[in-house]
Design a protein around this ligand. Sequence first.
Ligand SMILES: [Zn+2]
Ligand SMILES: [Zn+2]
Ligand SMILES: [Zn+2]
Length: 170
Amino acid sequence: MYSLAEASQSNRHSLEHDHKKCVSKALGMAEHLCGVRGVKLTPIRQQVLELIWDSHKAVKAYDLLDRIKPLQHAAKPTTIYRALDFLIEQGLIHRVESLNAFVGCSCSGHQHELLLLICKCCNDVEERLAPKVMAALSQEFSQAGFVASSKAIEAQGICVKCSDVQGNQH
Ligand SMILES: [Zn+2]
Ligand SMILES: [Zn+2]
Ligand SMILES: [Zn+2]
């Protein structure tokens, strides 16, 4: 069941969009923004960003560590966490709290409010700005006198691609 979903995942991805464009856009934007802001996109930071952009799936820090070890033998968990903190600060990735994982962001280059749609089936995370939802929510927060520290609302479910596949099977 899982392997079937995995196999068709790559097909759907190649049919749906040219992911290389996502990657080059994200990496280009990261270089540009770091240049403008005068902060360093060190090799380890860039590698972590590239690994996160390997797909639109949420990636856990220890998976990043496993994959970065062959490239940077001295890499430790703290190396990864520091790189992740930097990328979050620069608005280049988002933390997915409910999965304790990370996804790339190429929409603004700033930290921003967002709605994350997390697919339980393929782990893809879709980011939506949902301005109306966010406006309603911040109104609710202020009525409650609540200062929210999280910028993201997360919803778990089945993405459109996975529900198509399930529909086709029946
Ligand atoms: Zn893509
Ligand atoms: Zn974003
Ligand atoms: Zn899915």
